[in-house]
Each structure stands twice: as C-alpha cells, then as structure tokens.
Design a protein around this ligand. Structure first.
Ligand SMILES: Cc1cc2nc3c(=O)[nH]c(=O)nc-3n(C[C@H](O)[C@H](O)[C@H](O)COP(=O)(O)OP(=O)(O)OC[C@H]3O[C@@H](n4cnc5c(N)ncnc54)[C@H](O)[C@@H]3O)c2cc1C
Length: 101
C-alpha cells in the first residue's frame, strides 16, 4: 500500500508527462482520497442512452448545446482530453455556419 505522499508523487509525475510543463513548480497537495472500488465504468447500454439524450436535445430544439465530459468520451483522463478536442471540433463545425466566409 502506497503512502499519501507516494500517491501524490505518482499523480504529479503522470501529469507532468501528459499535461503540463515538466519543469512546472511542485504541486500544492490539498488532499489525497483513496477510492477502494476504483473508477466506475459505463454499464451496457450506456451509448444507446447517450444517443437518446443527444437526439432528445435536438428534438427539443437545443441545437448548439453539446454534451461533453467523461460520460460522453470515456472515463479515463486521456479519453476525456481526446473527447474535449472532439467536442471543440464539433462546436467549431457548428459555429462555422454563422461565419462570414
Ligand atoms: C478519484 C478518481 C480517480 C481517478 N483516477 C483516474 C486515473 O488514475 N486515470 C484516469 O485515466 N482517470 C482517472 N479518473 C477519471 C478521470 O479523472 C475523470 O473521468 C475525468 O477527470 C473527468 O473529466 P471531466 O472533464 O468529465 O469532469 P471533471 O474533471 O469533473 O471536470 C468538470 C469541471 O466542470 C466544473 N463544473 C461543474 N459544474 C459547473 C458549473 N455549473 N459551472 C461551471 N463549471 C462547472 C467542475 O468544477 C470541473 O472543473 C479518476 C477519477 C476519480 C474521481
């Protein structure tokens, strides 16, 4: 079992690799919380539910409202980041209809 300092250090190391400047200042650790049952995963049928939610938004006239986050892209942080790029592309595509070309 790792100590809280070891857990915070491992997270910091990973984030430096994937997100931020490797030479960034040391993080200020506000707390460490251990979730013994790990990350919840999507249930079977999740993507059908998501498709239904997106269709319901369109049907209700909410064009231009986009769903995003781990329940759309996938739970893992890397997928959340990829999903954010996908959402940004979706928004740009949507807004391009209003641009004066
Ligand atoms: C304890 C824990 C451990 C995890 N460990 C891992 C791991 O080891 N590896 C991994 O790949 N993934 C891990 N995950 C999963 C991953 O971190 C999450 O799935 C991911 O961070 C979710 O990203 P998100 O953008 O959907 O949501 P969040 O990161 O929760 O971002 C949502 C943001 O919206 C803001 N917000 C909320 N409501 C409003 C509002 N009304 N107005 C404005 N802003 C608002 C919040 O403040 C927050 O900044 C872990 C998750 C948890 C909880």
């Amino acid at each position: 079992m790792q100590t809280q300092d070891e857990l915070a250090g491992a997270v910091d190391k990973d984030l430096r690799n994937i997100l931020i400047n490797p030479n960034a200042k040391d993080p200020r650790v506000l707390g460490v919380r251990v979730w013994p049952q790990a990350i919840p995963q999507f249930l079977i049928g999740h993507f059908d539910l998501l498709d239904a939610a997106k269709a319901a938004l369109t049907d209700a006239g909410f064009k231009g409202l986009f769903l995003g986050g781990n329940y759309v892209s996938g739970v893992a942080l890397g997928r959340c980041i990829e999903g954010a790029y996908e959402s940004a592309a979706e928004v740009v595509d949507y807004l391009s209809q209003y641009s004066n070309k």
